[in-house]
Design a protein around this ligand. Sequence first.
Ligand code: M6R
Length: 366
Amino acid sequence: EKGGYDHFMLKEIHEQPSTIYDCLRGRLDAEKGTITMKGIQDNIQALITAPRYIIIACGTSWHAALVAEYVIEELCRIPVEVEYASEFRYRNPIINKGDVIIAISQSGETADTLVAIEKAKEQGAFIFGIVNVVGSSISRASHAGAYTHAGPEIGVASTKAFTAQLAVLLMIALKIAKEKGTIDNTKYSRLLVEMHELPEKVEAILKNASQLKLIAEKYKHSVNALYLGRGYNFPIALEGALKLKEISYIHAEGYPAAEMKHGPIALVDDQLPVIFVATKDEYHAKIVSNIQEIKARKGKVIAIITEGDEIIPSMADDIFMVPPADEIVAPVLSVIPLQLLSYYVGVAKGCDVDKPRNLAKSVTVE
Ligand code: M6R
């Protein structure tokens, strides 16, 4: 049942070329330049004219929401707020006429997300669900939605569900931007091709998984770890830190890279691994100077970089390269090495990676 892999987590990480493909299949046609999503088409007016989107989720799904915030605001020019479902449900949230609520959940059974949806519905909001489990409570409670089609996820740590959530959110952003006229045709066509190429790029990353096993061996005795990223990769830093905590019980924190000067830099010494999500994008020069700041304080730098990067390899202690990609789709790639790193650290420490202590696959109580 684990398909020859030692753990479900590893199997599910390796399934990502096909789960991303399945998620795009029948929806995204890069040649024709079309995105077909019934839940979006049927509600296109509400989605285009919405004054604001509010995305609610928990855990890893909340990290997918943060990526979506950046992408939707950039491509669709619609203001987006991202809320933890657990906070949203208790704080008498302001929902204005026309606001759209997007709820993201792998299981479709997360209690806080479900109650948050019910609260928003009472205030007349339109609910769009992005769910993996077909027929789950959240899919039934939503007015419309899109399934992620990642297949059953058994490992408690969300991996393939996350990349499928990103793929769905990117398609939604592109479709709405196209309908709304906030993206030019060249950029739209180019990004569709970039999406289409994701499965093979993920495959290429997975071929180098053993490099991360070696890095994991070096850092498995660490007590703390810091994850830093900027822009579209900032939520990926958060996700990398969450994965490491869950799977290896190493205390890890994620921050926007520039924020480190406002506190976390105090943690840096010659024992601290700092994982930079530093793929080529418009912030590259900035992240290079953040790496210099960590090295000046003798921190250990592990950097996820783009193939062909000529600057970071000479600065970092360890690097892992991912194929070049537009910065908007890059999070789908940069998260994969972070999933693998957590997996290998967890295994090296003898942790139960499929069922970490104290965690449940779906949190159906608050
Ligand atoms: O099923 P959901 O997506 O609603 O679950 C949300 C979180 O409980 C979930 O992502 C959790 O954080 C995972 N253990 C992350 O790996």
